[in-house]
Design a protein around this ligand. Structure first.
Ligand SMILES: [Zn+2]
Length: 446
């Protein structure tokens, strides 16, 4: 029988499909053609059916879907570690907003985004969902490194200039839609920052625009106790009830954080099929609280995983985020079985795809899906021996164990090297910007 030609076969590994049955294929392989997965099977079956222009030896490692980070502010990697040990309110007002005003421009956002894309490619993330300014530059950086992304202008608009700001943001979003219209990697979202930084009218206008254009609606929600109690005081409702009242919640809404939620808020999420981006490390670091993810999962709400910006994390390593998510859920529920390693891996892969409404394209290794694949090496002392793949991925592995990252069938990182850009040059440029930021930054309090 004549074998079907494929572009690439990844072989000699264990394939963790993260499909509906969580199938694991020992001595497995996958075949890739035209950016898509065309075969997932035992190695002998794949080699019997396909020939390959190229082969990649997984060397006994894990072949799995690329990780999906559903909440980022990429360019904030330039502010990594600038202010620790402060509350979200003070962090934003005293550090982040003034520094962004002074130092974040088209060029710095491009460099910061390149830096973050490189960090993600090196730690096994293949897709991210970003909210910031100058998002065209974020899209350019993603395309340069070869990452998949949902980009969108962060919208902060309330008060007397709100209409002007919204018109400008609408224009920018339309520009993004045009610029990346044919991109295989980039899609666009509408991203009002939060219920407390956008007026009622802007939140609704943004929803209308996102619906008209079939775009994801991404928002920070119920992140801190302050936000929660302010809404209780001023509107006599929770932030979630407030958004429901504005009629902006639906199945294309992705809410980040969702820490301060009443039980009734979960019913609202369920009713409107709102998806969540859980950001445990950022919530812990800013002292915001613990999102009730075990409750969310019991209610069947889609929970994905995000790192938030590197300035409040302080890395974009999704392996470390998976571990934190699992440990935090266990300690918060006083119950070790409250949340499993398998659930953490699903949260960082297929649930991320669902949160971005891309579950038919990415998030698992299945025939006809896009070839976003990573290989995790296991030939390390901290990964030896191995009894359970999920357990190792969540509790033992870290981003630097990823040996290869592939997006849309293209290798973006191999043998710990970024393929499509000069990493040393990116680091040099990021450090140059940081020397200027250092001079403008307020003194650290610790
Ligand atoms: Zn955020």
């Amino acid at each position: 029988m004549k074998r079907i030609r494929s572009d690439l076969i990844i072989e000699n590994g264990t394939v963790l499909t993260v499909d509906e049955n969580d199938s694991i294929i020992e001595r497995g392989a996958i075949a890739i053609s035209d950016g898509k997965i065309v075969g997932v099977d035992r190695e002998d079956a794949i080699n019997g059916k396909f020939s390959a222009a190229k082969r990649l030896d997984a060397k006994g490692g894990i072949i799995m879907p690329g990780l999906i980070n559903t909440h980022t502010h990429l360019a904030m990697s330039l502010l990594r570690g600038i202010a620790d040990d402060v509350s979200l309110d003070s962090w934003l007002k005293n550090y982040i907003f003034p520094l962004e005003e002074q130092f974040m421009n088209k060029d710095s956002v491009y460099v910061g985004s390149l830096l973050s894309c490189a960090e993600m490619a090196l730690s096994g993330t293949t897709t991210f969902c970003d909210m910031y300014f100058f998002e065209k530059e974020v899209g350019r950086a993603a395309e340069k490194i070869g990452m998949r992304a949902v980009i969108g202008e962060g919208i902060v608009a309330s008060g007397k200039n709100e209409e002007q700001i919204w018109q400008k943001k609408k224009e920018l979003t339309t520009e993004l839609m045009k610029k990346f219209n044919r991109s295989e990697l980039i899609s666009i979202g509408v991203k009002p920052h939060s219920p407390y930084t956008c007026s009622r009218k802007i939140l609704q206008e943004a929803k209308k625009f996102s619906k008209e254009n079939g775009l994801l609606y991404v928002i920070h929600l119920a992140e801190t106790e302050k936000e929660f109690s302010d809404f209780k005081k001023s509107a006599e409702m929770t932030p979630t009830q407030y958004l429901e009242k504005l009629d902006v919640l639906d199945n294309s809404t992705l809410a980040a954080h969702c820490v301060w939620m009443e039980d009734g808020d979960l019913d609202i999420f369920k009713k409107h099929e709102v998806k969540i981006s859980h950001c445990p490390q950022s919530n812990m670091k800013l002292g915001s609280g613990v999102a009730p993810i075990v409750k969310f999962l019991r209610e069947g709400i889609v929970v994905s995983l995000g790192t938030d910006g590197a300035a409040s994390n302080n890395t974009l390593d999704m392996f470390s985020e998976m571990k934190t998510a699992a440990l935090l859920a266990k300690v918060n529920n006083h119950e070790p079985q409250a949340f499993s390693a398998k659930e953490a891996v699903r949260m960082a892969t297929i649930k991320g795809a669902e949160a971005l409404r891309k579950e038919n394209e990415i998030g698992s290794l299945e025939v006809d899906k896009k070839a976003d694949v990573i290989v995790v090496g296991l030939d390390k002392p901290h990964l030896t021996p191995i009894y359970d793949y999920y357990s190792h991925l969540v509790y033992c592995a870290n981003g630097s164990d990823v040996k290869t990252s592939i997006v849309n069938g293209g290798v973006v990182m191999s043998d710990r090297k970024i393929k499509n850009a000069d990493l040393a040059d990116i680091i040099k440029k990021a450090n140059f910007i940081a020397t200027k930021i250092k001079k403008g930054a307020p003194a650290r309090t610790t």
